[in-house]
Design a protein around this ligand. Sequence first.
Ligand code: SF4
Length: 213
Amino acid sequence: MFRSHGAERRTVERFSAAQQVDIVDGTCPQVARLHGMAERASDAGEQLVVVGDRDHPEVRGIVSRASEAIVISSTAEARSVILPEKCCVIAQTTCGRDRFDSIRRILTDRYPGIEVTDTLCREVEARRLALRDLAPCVDAILVVGDRSSSNCRRLFVEARKTGLPSWLVEGPEELPDEIERFVTVGITAGASTPPEVIDAVESAVRGVENRSR
Ligand code: SF4
């Protein structure tokens, strides 16, 4: 099974050529679109540039679709990278809004003609904006999701930026004891968190006796 991050091209080719293998392709459509962009850029002789984490499986999968690629992970790298005239700049879907915007600004300042396509995940972006609306209405925030998930960790960073007490929990069993101190708790979840896990956390929070009442 190819998971949502997508697989590297050689992995797809290896299993596609294998006998007696059933392939389930769970590649997220937004990631598959990036694979297509990388292939087209490579075919057109453009330099593929990916803004993101070079060791992230999604980035490895994108990079594998181009004959060569440059990965930019930080603003420091954006300030020093040397790019050719013809570039296709895209981003890891979970790169993070602040980091992507900062790197984009530096690249477009240094290379005014460069074309940068915003390929951040729409689901992640919607959650980030919803969290901003939620924060003024609650006393604390729970982010539900897998700690190894890039989009969950970034959402947790956004939650902490609000200044409210915030926790990243993988399930109801991880509810912090302090939660009973708060009257109103906001719950959000990463794009990859199964709905039943979110529901279980919500039920557990509703069952907490609030001691501040
Ligand atoms: S974070 Fe968004 S783009 Fe990335 S795999 Fe999940 S839904 Fe797809």
